[in-house]
Design a protein around this ligand. Structure first.
Ligand SMILES: NC(=O)c1ccc[n+]([C@@H]2O[C@H](COP(=O)([O-])OP(=O)(O)OC[C@H]3O[C@@H](n4cnc5c(N)ncnc54)[C@H](O)[C@@H]3O)[C@@H](O)[C@H]2O)c1
Ligand SMILES: [Zn+2]
Length: 366
């Protein structure tokens, strides 16, 4: 088991990454001063529950903990007020109090939803992140929790840091292929924004990673978490450097939104977005054209898309980018890169440059 430390202004906590870690949850809770008289409230989804809930509940009960469980439907639609309301009801009926602990056991959906439950229930109770998707190596760190509104994604939320994060890599063996691939996009993003050695390492290990070689996956998660931690430790509430985590996300979010979140997984959308960001970097920062080629090559090694294959108009995408709630200081702000492993925030990007890039993204690549 490997341990990383996150230290933000509001609290410091550990991220544990390793194999066969779920069985160690009772011991880790006790190490974090959670006593057996504190109720545990496990939130998970309808895919994860039948596969793993026993693996988690049994050791906890054997160790003397009282555990109640609530299972939400798998999928993004559970990040809603309706599902949150049901969780509040379950939590009240289970008799949770201020000393109770929420266990968020699932992908980014469960992490965001159960994290927001913990942030708001009785003005905030502790919670533990138990991520079960590769993407969740990203979402479980940093304390951003929340739900969606019918009118848009992630409109209600809070910053609530977990007690600790425990990533049991074994759990990825059952993750559907497309979800694994989507997770690689965020791993690649962490390498591209921060660490050129990590970029080369991913190039070299792509086959082992795609074949779910567990020690190699563990290393990728460890390195990805390390980048996320470096960024959020400096900037807990996203006033500055944390924005670089949005590399590829401006175009990515527009693609997700224009296709009503059905055509692309989040990872696929940001993969295309990262190619777009590299193209824009060539336009705006005079980055070498090689940056685009290298980015595409890496993404393709992980079977991620690099081009827009549908006929969305540039106008419809630009319209959505303008509405992106991160737009600040002028209309378009992008995270751009001069070389693999380094990025910067660039404001006031002229619309015609973005239009050009969106057009290029529709061309078939070599
Ligand atoms: N808070 C943050 O900082 C942050 C960052 C990035 C993304 N997010 C959020 O994360 C969400 C996406 O997360 P996600 O991609 O993990 O999606 P997800 O939670 O919906 O999980 C993807 C699918 O895999 C299934 N699944 C999960 N673990 C499994 C396992 N081990 N075996 C088999 N099936 C499994 C789930 O049931 C689901 O069907 C989005 O809502 C996004 O907004 C949050
Ligand atoms: Zn993302």
């Amino acid at each position: 088991m490997r341990e990383l430390r996150v230290s933000t202004k509001s609290r410091a906590y550990s991220v544990y990454v390793g194999t066969a870690l779920l069985a160690r949850l009772p011991e880790l809770l006790k190490q974090h001063n959670i006593q057996t008289n504190q109720k545990l409230f496990l939130v998970t989804d309808s895919h994860v529950a039948p596969l793993y809930s026993e693996n988690i509940v049994e050791p906890l009960r054997n160790a003397g903990f009282r555990v109640d469980m609530s299972v939400v439907p798998a999928g993004e639609s559970s990040k809603s007020l309706e599902v949150l309301d049901r969780l509040y009801a379950d939590a009240i009926q289970a008799g949770l109090d201020r000393s109770s602990v929420v266990l968020a056991f699932g992908g980014g959906v469960v992490g965001d939803l159960a994290g927001f439950l913990a942030a708001s229930f009785m003005r905030g109770i502790p919670f533990v992140q138990l991520p079960t998707t590769l993407l969740a190596h990203d979402s479980s760190i940093g304390g951003k929790v929340g739900i969606n509104h019918k009118l848009g994604k992630n409109y209600m939320g809070a910053f609530h840091q977990p007690l600790f994060v425990l990533f049991d890599v074994n759990i990825l063996t059952t993750l559907p292929e497309r979800e694994l691939t989507a997770g690689f996009a965020e791993v690649i993003k962490h390498a591209l924004i921060w660490d050129s050695n990590f970029v080369s390492w991913l190039e070299k290990n792509n086959m082992a990673l795609r074949n779910r070689d567990l020690p190699i996956l563990e290393e990728a998660i460890y390195r990805g978490c390390k980048v996320k931690i470096s960024v959020v430790s400096d900037d807990e509430t996203e006033s500055g450097i944390r924005a670089i985590l949005n590399y590829g996300h401006t175009i990515g979010h527009a693609l997700e939104s224009v296709s009503s979140y059905k055509r692309y997984t989040h990872g696929e959308a940001i993969a295309i977005g990262m190619v777009g960001a590299a193209m824009l970097s060539v336009e705006i920062l005079s980055a070498p054209a090689q940056l685009v080629e290298d980015t595409e090559l890496l993404l393709r090694k992980f079977s991620l898309p690099t081009r827009i294959q549908d006929q969305w108009t540039e106008d419809s995408l630009l319209q959505l980018m303008k509405r992106d709630k991160k737009a600040k200081h002028g209309i378009y702000t992008f995270i751009l890169s001069k070389e693999l492993g380094r990025v910067e925030v660039v404001h006031d990007i002229p619309e015609e440059k973005i239009r050009k890039v969106l057009h290029q993204l529709k061309e078939v690549s070599r």
